[in-house]
Design a protein around this ligand. Structure first.
Ligand SMILES: Nc1ncnc2c1ncn2[C@@H]1O[C@H](COP(=O)(O)OP(=O)(O)OP(=O)(O)O)[C@@H](O)[C@H]1O
Ligand SMILES: CC(=O)N[C@H]1[C@@H]2OC[C@@H](O2)[C@@H](O)[C@@H]1O[C@H](C)C(=O)O
Length: 367
């Protein structure tokens, strides 16, 4: 614990992320002083079973009520099982599972009890990363951008780059690596781009009983229905200036737009919606980045990657091209943010969430 408090010491932090696509929990170790990335460590993954996923799905959109306790139980059990596999960890960053997100109305809700996890693991746990930002007028999301800033420094980017995360929802971070600190004005612009994999996952789960369109194989043989795509792009979300963030199911009704289409055409159209949302998002970048570095599960989908390449005006590459791990970047982000919280450093700023002033969000619980 002393090391966590010792100013400037490099911490071995373990981050855990249970994302909106509901596939499972990612966990990864990062060595950092909360500013610079000093190294990457072991990582692991715990997939949710079909039954667990059903319980989590049932909790989506709920702020209270009987669906939350069993879902919290699933989240806690999965995290305890996964995180107890790691040794020699100084600090844990625990994101939890977002089930509801409406920052200007009810707030934002991530399931999971960090105090109970600290007790179970015998290590300090940083959690509830989003509430403080929302209370200060921010969107509470996205939060990975401060880590993206550190990644841009780590890859020694010599001009603006963008990170694009394609999970259940998509989010884009434009980074100017010339800035000294992430909270500096003009260093970062970040926001959610629109739905990413969630609508396709929901479609193929409902129609074919499979959790996602592996390798984009279903979409690959389909044709994009341009009328549905136009209706999608007419949604006011896309014209809105950042900051902006989404709940996983904010675009759930898009499935209705493809309900008459074949499986292949419906999957192709929903996949195209994700790419079109990103293309719209690029218009908000202060300057065109030298490249878009893609992280998250969507980069494994060649149909989606091709659509992005065709519709964006700059190269689109997976983050592996610059030596990062796109399956673990978010888990690493919450390890990084945990150290920042423990050190009293900010984790969001007006450019990333629209919060009134740079703020460090998160609660530290000790065993
Ligand atoms: N091989 C693949 N082919 C096609 N799609 C894939 C593949 N692997 C993963 N995906 C997609 O990526 C999703 C998982 O992405 P990821 O783990 O980045 O999401 P997440 O962390 O849950 O979401 P978020 O970033 O929104 O919180 C899967 O549900 C699936 O839709
Ligand atoms: C409220 C919430 O959990 N939002 C997630 C979600 O998944 C992707 C996108 O929407 C992003 O805004 C955020 O996650 C990432 C990890 C973030 O905060 O940067």
């Amino acid at each position: 614990m002393d090391k966590v408090r010792e100013k400037g010491a490099v911490i071995t932090a373990l981050g855990a992320m249970s994302g909106t696509s509901l596939d499972g929990v990612d966990a990864a170790v990062l060595q950092t002083d909360g500013v610079v990335i000093h190294g990457f460590g072991p990582q692991d993954y715990r997939e949710y079973t079909c039954d667990e996923r059903k319980i989590l799905r049932a909790a989506l959109g709920a702020w209270h009520g009987p669906v939350l306790a069993p879902a919290t139980d699933v989240v806690m059990r999965a995290h305890e099982a996964l995180l107890s596999r790691f040794e020699d960890v100084d600090l844990v960053g625990f994101h939890g599972q977002t089930v509801a997100h409406a920052p200007r109305l009810q707030g934002t809700l991530q399931l999971g009890d960090g105090a109970a996890l600290a007790h179970a693991l015998g290590r300090p746990v940083v959690w509830d990363f989003r509430t403080a930002d929302v209370e200060l007028g921010g969107e509470g999301a996205p939060l990975a951008p401060f880590f993206h800033f550190a990644c841009a420094k780590w890859i020694e980017a010599d001009g603006p780059v963008a990170f694009l995360n394609l999970g259940g929802v998509g989010n884009l971070t434009w980074v100017d690596p010339a800035a000294a600190r992430p909270e500096e004005e003009g260093a970062l612009l970040a926001f959610d781009t629109g739905p990413a994999n969630a609508p396709v996952n929901d479609l193929v789960q409902a129609r074919l009983g499979v959790p996602f369109d592996e390798g984009g194989r279903i979409a690959a043989s389909g044709t994009v229905e341009t009328g549905a795509l136009e209706l999608f792009l007419a949604e006011p979300f896309f014209a809105r200036m950042p900051p902006k963030s989404l709940d996983r199911n904010d675009f759930a009704e898009m499935i209705g737009l493809v309900s008459e289409l074949s499986d292949a055409d419906a999957a192709a159209t929903l996949t195209a919606m994700c790419a079109a949302g990103v293309a719209e998002a690029m218009q908000h970048c202060p300057r065109m980045p030298s490249r878009v570095l893609v992280t998250g599960g969507g980069r494994h989908n060649p149909v989606l990657m091709k659509m992005l390449e065709v519709s964006l005006d700059c190269p689109v590459r997976p983050v592996e091209d610059v030596g990062l791990d796109g399956d673990m970047l978010e888990a690493q982000a919450f390890a990084y943010l945990a150290v920042r919280v423990a050190r009293g450093l900010p984790t969001s700023c007006p450019g990333t969430t629209g919060v009134r002033a740079a703020v460090g969000g998160g609660t530290v619980s000790y065993p």
